[in-house]
Design a protein around this ligand. Sequence first.
Ligand code: AMP
Length: 458
Amino acid sequence: MKIYNTLTQKLEEIKPRKDNKINMFVCGPTVYDHAHIGHARTYVFFDMLVKYLQYKKYKVFFLMNITDIDDKLIARAKQTETTEKELADIHIKSFFEDMKELHVKVTKYAKATDFIPQIIKQVKILLEKGYAYETPNGIYYDITKFEDYGNLSKQPLNELKVHRIEPDLTKRNIADFSLWKRQKPGEPAWQSPFGKGRPGWHIEDTAIAMHYFGEQYDLHGGGIDLMFPHHEAEIAQAEAITGKKPYVKYWIHPTHLIVEGRKMSKSLGNFITIKKALEEFPAEALRIMFIQTHYKKELNYSKETIETTRAAYERLKSFQERLNEIDSRKYDKGLKIIIGKEKKKILTALDNNFDTPKAFTILMTLIKRINGMIEKNKIGKKNTIEITKFLNEINTFFNILPEEKKAKITKEIKELVKEREKARKKKDFAKADSIRDKLKEKGILMEDTPKGSKIRAL
Ligand code: AMP
């Protein structure tokens, strides 16, 4: 499989460093608020990539950090009159719920505050090796000491973008970044050989990743905004500590999600949490939305996108329902060959820089073709088994098939269904309808087909 590597600026064949094992680190959220649909886009993309690599028989370790201490958390805790820990715990719980709902499967989550000793150790080495220096405000990394600084984001040192945070005047160079921040009154802090304080943002990732993966690993991901300075800083830290290059072989940066053409932000009032989006439609539909735009392109969450997604999701759903209804003995020999050919095309698209929109179009065109065959009554039960097997295979990495909810049939529901059947036979439709409404209130949908009534969960 080929993927675009930011480091080399090329499409490159993924070749793990060792055997068929892939160690992948993805930058997790800063947990001062609930996660939004931008997070969903990034994490669902990496989830699909991992599952696709697993489908291709790689063993993938998907590691994600959680930033549970930083400036934003401290500011929000002050605003809401709570502690940083309480604030973080609430949003970590909420984030885990979101990831579960979205079917995102991470091998290991690691909180920054659980890795303070490892962070301190790395800062110490950087000081000893002369890459870091001390000021009254803390410890900084001197970027002029690392000659490859700027290599990932392709920026010459003298043209580096200015930091997003107000520069600290005690720094040697404007682009030097913080490794350890000395405690300010009222801030949470940890003991260290360089005084009480807390870690800078970049060092938690190298401390966590190197704890699990060692000095070098295969794949690092995060949204495009993190390429500079965050990922640049990670490389500078790790390679200075170990003296080994490259710290990470492949760097993958999906592009952001925007809302109605604008950056998502609280002040614009267009901040959409994952929970809110999941009220709008199911996780499978959201995943379809992400699939329909290539990960290197900006995704505009707009009314139009929502409608296209909903339509695709409904088409898949009704296709599945149609398949379930086929029970004829007919068999179309050619269909298996067609499915095989289209599956190959889907995999080829995914092998080429994970071209999910192309793969999805091939899938939907095939479904349209099969729908045509169903209308002409050409296929039977045996064909539907083959189609379902193919769909399930694709679903192992896409997770887009509407989950068929199983109705929980209690004794009371059984009685009501029987009663309704009796009423229908007696042509007492008023009674039958009122029982149907009662069942609906209990989450059960009755569908009358020519072959009798069927029960479905709502
Ligand atoms: P943050 O919580 O802002 O530290 O971001 C955590 C991860 O989500 C990073 O990989 C970001 O690049 C990514 N991310 C943040 N905002 C968006 C967005 N609007 N679209 C896609 N990814 C995002």
